[in-house]
Write a protein that binds this ligand. Structure first.
Ligand code: ADP
Length: 265
């Protein structure tokens, strides 16, 4: 199989900038290629424009300048994108099944026509038996699995995840990292994963783009060449520690640079 770093881009951001009406320049000169079948992490401190970049890729927000280019040249790809937020954002009054059905329902697919897809998505995240449960009956990790199932039910080309596991305890987070890698390998997903955890980004990513703030931009890039599947052996290896050291140093430099910019140096 070809290395993710040599595969064609699904979507490319070219010189993307975003200035909000408040005057905040959230992004400036952002160039980013998202390659087919890779897990790409955007790693950076709070406020460096990671969420803004995801929203622009998803079509939930417009770039002030620059362009977002999809390889097949079409304009509206918002329906080809699955989005997972930090909060599971489930409808509390609806069953797990109905929550996962929602994106298909919005596309006009009936409950019965969606059934197989919904159950398959729930099966993938290990929640087949919980289709009729309600969100209040689930743990935080299970709610996040429902949210992932909901994002995958329409089989998007690109899965965008905005700090999806940040609110979970460490054990649950590790488990979901493993599950995400398994699903990504099985189903061939392309994933953009926003995080501020060096450890998480090194563990799951093919590539890490470190971002700096004020204005938000890509500061550096790191390719993680460790073999897949990855597990405890990788997490406890010298190579993992070395990648974490490199990512951490890049992040520290990115934060230092942003602080220097603010101080006017
Ligand atoms: P991150 O995801 O890296 O924490 P964001 O993309 O959320 O960063 O935000 C980048 C910058 O843009 C921050 O300074 C934030 O306050 C600002 N920002 C984000 N959304 C808005 C908005 N809707 N209006 C004004 N400023 C915003």
């Amino acid at each position: 199989m070809t290395q993710p770093s040599t595969r064609p881009a699904v979507v490319s951001l070219r010189d993307v900038g975003k200035t909000f009406s408040s005057g905040t320049m959230a992004l400036q000169h952002l160039d980013l290629d998202i390659r087919q079948g890779e897990i790409l992490s955007l790693l950076g401190p709070s406020g460096c424009g990671k969420s803004t970049a995801l929203r622009i890729i998803a079509g939930l927000g417009e770039a002030s300048n620059g362009s977002v280019v999809w390889t097949d040249g079409g304009a509206d790809h918002s329906r080809d994108v699955g989005f997972v937020f930090q909060e599971p954002t489930l409808m509390p009054w609806a069953s797990v099944f109905d929550n996962v059905w929602l994106p298909s329902r919005l596309k006009g697919v009936s409950r019965s026509a969606a059934r197989d897809n919904v159950m398959q998505a729930l099966d993938s995240v290990g929640l087949h038996a919980f289709a009729e449960a309600y969100p209040r009956e689930l743990s935080g990790g299970m709610k996040m699995r429902v949210s992932i199932a909901r994002a995958m039910v329409t089989r998007p080309r690109l899965l965008l995840m905005d700090e999806p596991f940040a609110a979970l305890d460490e054990i649950t987070r590790q488990k979901l990292n493993d599950d995400l890698m398994r699903l990504q390998a099985d189903l061939g997903w392309t994933v953009v994963f926003v995080t501020h955890s060096v450890f998480e980004s090194v563990y799951i990513s093919d590539r890490i783009v470190v971002m700096a703030a004020r204005p938000g931009r890509a500061f550096g890039e790191l390719t993680i060449e460790a073999e897949r599947p990855r597990g405890t052996a990788f997490r406890t290896s010298p190579a993992y520690v070395e990648y974490c050291r490199q990512a951490s140093a890049m992040l520290t430099a990115a934060i230092g640079k942003a602080a220097a910019t603010v101080d006017g140096h």
